[in-house]
Design a protein. Structure first.
Ligand code: UTP
Length: 276
């Protein structure tokens, strides 16, 4: 039912300079796989195979990653090394990939609005690939797609963060519907701890209904002069309904060095456990 997934990847990744000077942060590997490939795998596991990227200058490596590499593949054909490309080959066969550009970095809301041309008039997923998520039983996006079937409204993934970190997130207030589900009543972008309505922070997974585009168009730039998806979602929540879902699983903020190192250690442990 939801087939499309948008990946806003236009940001500069300044927290990861100098690594991101000439390389997109989404191509940074955790073990041997780029962050963006983990994100696309999560989308596919949720049934979303029409993949749209909102990209920008210096991000060509992302397009090249989701394409064949004739010389390389010819070179390793018939050797044991071919196996290393099985995962990415299967994604290329399963998915379609479309690209549009955000010319100026005017915020996540603006990036999503630029993606309208790839999405059209249907509900869609959004993945911020620098948030690396591992669901407990199902992927995080898969869990959210299941909820969408029940509620048919926009859904944001949330997790509890220490109060002194609210300034790094959009933070919600909501009426608890169940242990993991809240109906959003308020949302604040990057609040100081004393202004935060809760410690429930929005992470980089969303299901959005297509009316979000009109709402984004009518939303004024907010914090830092950027068009904030949080502001548009609050407008959508006030006019109708937005749900916030405390997902089952783990998330690593791989846009920060500390989160990236934690993700790498976690994945290495998992690999060691699998390989005995
Ligand atoms: P971030 O603020 O985490 O990413 O935006 P950033 O700007 O790339 O990184 P720092 O803070 O400078 O280190 C969240 C997501 O939204 C996308 C980014 O690519 C990232 O995936 N984004 C943000 C855009 O695509 N366009 C924007 O104008 C802003």
């Amino acid at each position: 039912m939801i087939k499309k997934c948008l990946f806003p990847v236009a940001g500069y990744g300044t927290r990861f300079l100098p690594a991101t000077k000439a390389m997109p942060k989404e191509i940074l590997p955790v073990l041997d796989k780029p962050l963006v490939q983990y994100g696309v795998e999560e989308a596919v596991e949720a049934g979303l195979t029409d993949i749209g990227f909102v990209t920008g200058r210096g991000k060509r490596a992302i397009e090249d990653h989701f394409d064949v590499s004739y010389e390389l593949e010819h070179q390793i054909a018939g050797t044991g090394k071919e196996k290393a490309l099985d995962g990415i080959r299967s994604l290329i066969e399963t998915c379609t990939f479309s690209y549009t550009r955000q010319i100026e970095m005017k915020g996540l809301g603006d990036a999503i609005l630029k993606g309208r041309t790839l999405i059209g008039d249907e509900p869609f997923g959004v993945v911020l690939a620098d948030d690396l998520c591992f669901g407990s039983r199902q992927g995080v996006l898969h869990q959210m797609v299941s909820l969408y079937k029940q509620f048919r409204c926009s859904i944001v993934a949330i997790e509890e963060v220490p109060k002194d970190q609210t300034h790094a997130y959009g933070v919600i207030a909501g009426e608890a519907i169940s242990e993991r589900l809240f109906r959003v009543t308020d949302m604040v972008e990057k609040p100081a701890p004393e202004d935060a309505p809760s410690n429930l922070a929005i992470i980089g997974r969303y299901i959005l209904t297509p009316d979000i585009f009109e709402i984004l168009e009518a939303t004024e730039p907010g914090k830092n002069g950027e068009l904030q998806i949080t502001d548009a979602l609050l407008n959508q929540a006030r006019a109708g309904c937005v749900m916030a879902y405390k997902f089952e699983g783990r998330r690593f903020d791989c846009g920060s060095v500390a989160g990236y190192v934690a993700a790498t250690n976690y994945c290495f442990e998992q690999l060691r456990d699998r390989e005995g």
